[in-house]
Each structure stands twice: as structure tokens, then as C-alpha cells.
Design a protein around this ligand. Structure first.
Ligand SMILES: Cc1cc2nc3c(=O)[nH]c(=O)nc-3n(C[C@H](O)[C@H](O)[C@H](O)COP(=O)(O)O)c2cc1C
Length: 153
């Protein structure tokens, strides 16, 4: 099975709804398994063992959630430079009240440090999570999964 890892944090459920939609989209592809982890529980082994990774965060105070930063803080030194991580396909989704750019930019900057490969434009939700956002998230999950399964990334 090709594994797609979805790491997220959520306090009030918005980012979780997006994560669940990404997972559903990934599992639309035969031969793909979506593994959804809350950021505080996600480990280096989760990261090493996936073919592609999708990172989701709410924007808090113009930045990513502390839980998502904690995942990066815990895994960066041991992950960076490893062949399992180098050029790993990744994508991002953000849930914000009205902005999202601070969280997005911070996540993308850190992902450059890991030497992940950005393969899709992010989904940034502003305000309510409506059916359009859910379908964008599902499409994002399906696209990264299809590309990883086909070996084109
Ligand atoms: C402590 C806190 C700080 C926030 N800061 C921002 C912010 O800087 N910019 C923004 O657009 N929304 C901000 N919001 C709104 C959240 O990003 C938004 O409600 C998001 O959907 C929450 O996601 P969740 O339901 O997954 O926890 C903040 C919310 C909280 C609770």
C-alpha cells in the first residue's frame, strides 16, 4: 500500500473537517492508505514511513498552531537529509478566520528546510468550512495520492 500521512491540529473542528476530507480523497485511489495523525501524536516514524505528507493547521496569532510547530521541532534534526524525507511530496491546508497567510508561509518555509517537494497549491479556508472547501480538500488528497501511487512525483 502507498501511505499518505495527514498531520493536523484542530481545536474547534474546522481543520479536522479538512483533514478528514483530504483522507477521503486519498483513499479514492486504489492501493492508497491514508493515515491521519493529530500533530501532537505524529512521530518521526510516521513521516519516514509515508510516500507523501499533507500538513494541516489552523492559523493562530498569525502563525501555525503550536502543535504543528511541535511536530516540526521534534522531528527536524533526525529527519533532515534522510533519503526517506528528501524530496518527499507534500501539500498544505490551512483553516483561518480571515487570513491564513502567516500559517501557510511559516509551514512552507519549514518544509523547504526538510527538503520536501511541494507538488500542489495549498487549500486555505477563510471562515466557515463549506462544501466547496471540503471538495477542494478531497481533490488535494486524491491528487497527491494518485501522483504518489503512480510514482510521478
Ligand atoms: C487563539 C486563536 C488565534 C487565532 N488567530 C487567528 C489569526 O491570526 N488569523 C486568522 O485568520 N484567524 C485566527 N483565528 C481563527 C482560527 O484560525 C479559525 O477559527 C480556525 O478555523 C480554527 O481552526 P480549528 O477549528 O481547526 O481549531 C484564531 C483563533 C484562535 C482560537
Amino acid at each position: 500500500m502507498v501511505r499518505i500521512l495527514i498531520i493536523y491540529h484542530s481545536q474547534t473542528g474546522n481543520t479536522k473537517a479538512m483533514a478528514d476530507a483530504v483522507a477521503l480523497g486519498a483513499e479514492d485511489i486504489d492501493g492508497v492508505e491514508a493515515v491521519v495523525r493529530r500533530a501532537f501524536e505524529a512521530t518521526l516514524e510516521d513521516l519516514l514511513g509515508c510516500r507523501g505528507v499533507v500538513i494541516g493547521s489552523p492559523e493562530y496569532f498569525g502563525y501555525m498552531a503550536g502543535a504543528v510547530k511541535d511536530f516540526f521541532d521534534r522531528t527536524y534534526s533526525d529527519a533532515r537529509g534522510r533519503r526517506e524525507v528528501f524530496r518527499k511530496p507534500y501539500a498544505v491546508f490551512v483553516s483561518a478566520g480571515n487570513d491564513g497567510s502567516g500559517a501557510l508561509n511559516a509551514i512552507e518555509r519549514i518544509c523547504l528546510g526538510y527538503q520536501f517537494k511541494k507538488i500542489l497549491e495549498p487549500v486555505v479556508a477563510k471562515g466557515e468550512i463549506d462544501s466547496e472547501i471540503i471538495s477542494e480538500c478531497r481533490k488535494l488528497g486524491k491528487t497527491i495520492a494518485a501522483g504518489c501511487e503512480a510514482g510521478i512525483y
